[in-house]
Design a protein. Structure first.
Length: 261
């Protein structure tokens, strides 16, 4: 296990699982341009490293996952520099086929909610709060929230949150369909790692091919068109050692030894 403490986040690599913790608890883990740039570098490395298969993102402390954009930093004249990969290095990262789990502890509002929506799974603590309150301060959730939320929970339910900026608790998040599981806060990281462990039982290349097929398929309104897409991740899977190892392990009644290649 290796740990690294950066300026605005910490990372911990345990086997094939990378845990990224936004580390600005004094401002409820809100992010400014330097923080976004740092996390962009972290997720660039995650995307490129063949040994990092799954990421978990969470926030330091017990109050907030992330309160979103650091408005005080912006109001004080802090320079706002757009990040190529978006908020927290994730919200505009459209080509990441590796799974990312959001472990939401406490407040996930505005950009914080948009980070979670950009992840593949959301595991929430029982004190989690979700909202897109940007219209209440004269802004709009333009880091993906206005587009991901309707796609994930349907138009009317999404508009009910977007047009009011109302706060939603974790149990309602499950009912609406954007939260996978709610657990007591003390059990949050264990639950996120449990989900990660379940993913690790599968071939990492199968997981990446599956995610690529789902995400690219959503861009095609026609089922046949979605199924006929030719994806690099699928070609990589078919040419891999794991593509041979899976059926072989099944026939030999043993646990597969995934290589990710």
């Amino acid at each position: 296990m290796s740990k690294q403490e950066l300026e605005f986040c910490t990372t911990e690599l345990d086997g094939h699982i990378l845990t990224v913790t936004i580390n600005r608890p004094e401002v409820m883990n809100s992010l400014h341009s330097p923080g976004n740039a740092e996390m962009e570098r972290v997720f660039n490395q995650f995307a490129e490293d063949p040994e990092q298969w799954i990421a978990i993102i969470t926030g330091a402390g017990d109050r907030a996952f992330s309160a979103g954009n650091d408005l005080k930093y912006q109001a004080s004249g802090g320079t706002m520099v757009p990040s190529k990969t978006g908020f927290a290095g994730l919200t505009s990262r459209y080509d990441l086929n590796k799974p990312v789990i959001a472990a939401v502890n406490g407040v996930a509002m505005g950009g914080g909610f948009e980070i979670a929506l950009a992840c593949d799974l959301i595991i929430a603590s029982d004190n989690a709060v979700f909202a897109l309150p940007e219209p209440r301060v004269g802004l709009a959730a333009l880091a993906g929230g206005l587009h991901r939320l309707p796609r994930q929970i349907g138009l009317k339910q999404a508009m009910g949150m977007i047009l009011t900026g109302r706060r939603v608790g974790p149990e309602e998040g499950v009912q609406l369909g954007f939260v996978n599981e709610v657990v007591p806060q003390a059990e949050l990281m264990a639950a996120a790692r449990r989900w990660a462990a379940l993913i690790l039982e599968c071939s990492p290349l199968s997981i990446r091919a599956s995610k690529a097929a789902v995400m690219n398929g959503l861009n095609d309104a026609d089922l046949q068109g979605a199924m006929d897409q030719k994806l690099d991740a699928v070609r990589t899977l078919f040419k891999s050692e794991d593509f041979v190892e899976g059926p072989k392990a099944f026939a030999e009644k043993r646990k597969p030894d995934w290589k990710g290649r």
